[in-house]
Ligand binder design. Structure first.
Ligand SMILES: [Zn+2]
Length: 159
């Protein structure tokens, strides 16, 4: 659909009527439409429908591009050991307190076994320490800055 902003006969900038004048369809103003037979009113071109804009904005807002990643702190072994000793607990006692094996506590404190988040949370609660870091990854930002810093050559070699 081609929207014409002004009358095809006199150039008037107003509401246009699709009018058959001498066998051809023209979009003309009210005055000029008197020369032929009006078929329909030509609507002014609507740039953006407000309803669509609102829907688009809300969908962007509800779509959270931030991903929360939980990561065990690097020095979990020292933290667990220090907290346990501060509380005056033996490895065995701590193991019992969180319903785990003593050998597991030993591995944790030796840094041989990185606790899964659920176990880390148990230790956090029992020892009143911080073991889980929450990282926020904004994918939108990351991808934007990432692509901006890439040259065409980089993109090609990545394939
Ligand atoms: Zn006109």
């Amino acid at each position: 659909v081609i929207h014409v902003a002004s009358c095809e006969m006199c150039g008037a900038d107003e509401t246009l009527y699709k009018t058959t004048i001498e066998g051809s369809d023209l979009k003309v103003c009210r005055k000029c439409s008197g020369f032929g037979k009006v078929i329909s009113v030509v609507r002014e071109p609507v740039k953006v429908k407000p309803k669509k804009v609102a829907a688009l904005v809300s969908s962007v807002q509800t779509q959270d591009p931030t991903e929360h990643i939980q990561v065990i702190v690097e020095d979990y072994a020292e933290r667990i050991k220090a907290a346990r000793e501060k509380l005056g607990l033996k490895q065995e006692e701590l193991a019992k307190a969180i319903a785990e094996k003593e050998s597991l506590i030993h591995k944790l404190e030796s840094g041989l076994f990185e606790p899964p988040i659920t176990l880390a949370r148990k230790l956090e609660n029992r020892l009143r320490i911080h073991l889980v870091d929450q990282h926020e990854e904004k994918h939108e930002k990351a991808s934007k800055s990432g692509s901006a810093s890439l040259t065409i050559g980089d993109v090609l070699t990545m394939k």
